[in-house]
Design a protein around this ligand. Structure first.
Ligand code: ADP
Ligand code: MG
Length: 221
């Protein structure tokens, strides 16, 4: 079966004056339908850079990214945004939500962008993340844990083929983490895949595979 997400020999270099940082040095990976893959590695090993390249937020300097058999890398920003909206849910470490909008509006906006408007699913998701009571609250009034749960609801709103998450349980308490893990399992049952950057042992134990990044390369555990 074709992979949901495929990366082939990704390279990413950053330049600052005479300094060159080799953030990714030939990373290849595949994520299958319904698979949960965890990515770990020390700080600075290239995890966030990899996630940004996979999501089409950043462009690799070499190599290709394919999402649902469509090439994501080396295309216009507009093409990448459209592919992302159709197939990918993203949860970054922060800044996932639009301030000034309510919890419910943030979830709805994602459905509109992905052209998958489903009011029932929107309210179901807000129940599942325990925020039905806060659906009318502006997101800047939420606690960190609440904001993380809304961010996951937004990432899942359009039933994406794959969710890409950068340390989604990094800033939340143990109970919130359990809730998020249940939603990940839910997403998998619906056939969705996930690639999650995380150091959480609880999360790693749910993953089908763990990839270790070190100095911009995938290494054996
Ligand atoms: P991780 O998420 O694993 O901590 P990152 O992907 O954030 O690692 O960073 C990988 C390497 O690339 C690090 O050495 C980091 O300093 C460097 N880096 C990341 N983003 C930039 C940038 N925008 N400009 C210059 N260097 C960067
Ligand atoms: Mg990072």
């Amino acid at each position: 079966m074709p992979a949901v997400l495929e990366a082939n020999a990704l390279y990413r270099f950053y330049h600052a004056g005479d300094d060159e940082t080799l953030a990714l040095r030939g990373v290849s990976l595949r994520v299958e339908r319904g698979e949960i893959v965890a990515v770990t590695g020390p700080s600075g090993s290239g995890k966030s850079t990899l996630l940004a390249c996979l999501a089409g937020i950043d462009e690799p300097d070499g190599g290709t990214v394919t999402v649902m058999q469509r090439r994501m890398s080396h295309r216009s920003e507009a093409d990448r945004s459209a592919l992302r909206a159709a197939h990918i849910g993203i949860m970054l470490q922060s800044d996932n939500l639009f301030d000034g909008l309510t919890t419910a509006q943030n979830v709805w906006l994602q459905m509109v962008v992905a052209r998958k408007r489903d009011p029932l699913r929107a309210s179901e998701l807000l129940h599942r993340v325990g925020l039905a009571q806060r659906s009318g609250a502006r997101v800047e009034t939420l606690s960190g844990g609440e904001a993380a749960r809304v961010a996951l609801a937004v990432a899942l709103a359009a039933d994406p083929a794959i969710v890409l998450a950068d340390e989604p349980t990094g800033e939340v308490d143990a109970e919130t983490e359990r809730g998020l893990l249940e939603l990940f399992a839910d997403h998998r049952r619906r056939g969705g895949a996930m690639l999650i950057v995380s150091h959480s042992p609880a999360l790693a134990s749910q993953a089908d595979r763990v990839l270790h990044l070190c100095d911009g390369r995938i290494v054996d555990a």
